[in-house]
Ligand binder design. Structure first.
Ligand code: FEO
Length: 168
C-alpha cells in the first residue's frame, strides 16, 4: 500500500510525463509544418514514449492501492525559432524530469518504500538514455550551425535515434 505522500509524489510524476508528451507532440507538429519530416517523426515517437512513461506510473499507483489522477496539463510551447531551440528545450526539460525522478527515488528510500524505489529504477535508466540522446543530437546541431545542407542531412539522419519499438 502506498503512503499518501508517495502517492501524491507519483501522481505529480504522472502529470509531468503527460506534459512531456504534449511538449514533444507540439515540437513534432512544428517540425512537420516546417518540412523537417525526420525531426517530426522523432518527436512523435518521443511523445508516444512519454505517454507510456505516464501510463506505466498510472498502472503502478493503482496496482499498489492508490488512485492515479489524470489531471489538467500545462499547455506546451507551440512555436520555435529553430531546430536548435527545440533540442535545447528538450535537453533542459529532460534534465528537469531527471531531477524530479531523483527526488522521487530519494523520498521512497527515506520512507522505506522499497517496492516503489525498485519500480523507479527503470525511470532512472531511461533518463540517462534520454539525456544522452538529447546531448548527442544537440552536439550535432551545434556543428551544423545554420548550414541548410547540413540541416537537411541531419533531418534524414535523426531516424536512427528513434527507439525501434516506437518507430512508425
Ligand atoms: Fe519520461 Fe523523457 O521523461
Amino acid at each position: 500500500m502506498l503512503s499518501k505522500a508517495i502517492e501524491t509524489a507519483l501522481n505529480n510524476q504522472v502529470r509531468l510525463e503527460a506534459e512531456s508528451s504534449q511538449i514533444y507532440l507540439a515540437m513534432a507538429s512544428w517540425a512537420e509544418i516546417k518540412g523537417f519530416e525526420g525531426v517530426a517523426n522523432f518527436m512523435y515517437a518521443q511523445s508516444d514514449e512519454e505517454r507510456e512513461h505516464s501510463l506505466k506510473l498510472v498502472k503502478y499507483i493503482n496496482e499498489r492501492g492508490g488512485h492515479a489522477i489524470v489531471s489538467e496539463l500545462k499547455g506546451p510551447q507551440t512555436d520555435y525559432k529553430s531546430l536548435k531551440e527545440i533540442f535545447e528545450t528538450q535537453l533542459k526539460h529532460e534534465i528537469f524530469v531527471s531531477e524530479s525522478i531523483n527526488e522521487l527515488v530519494r523520498i521512497t528510500l527515506e520512507a522505506k518504500d522499497y517496492a516503489t524505489h525498485n519500480f523507479l529504477q527503470w525511470y532512472v535508466a531511461e533518463q540517462i538514455e534520454e539525456e544522452s540522446t538529447a546531448r548527442t543530437i544537440l552536439d550535432k546541431l551545434n556543428l551544423i550551425g545554420n548550414d541548410k545542407g547540413g540541416l537537411y542531412l541531419f533531418d534524414n539522419d535523426i531516424v536512427r535515434f528513434i527507439a525501434p519499438d516506437t518507430a512508425k
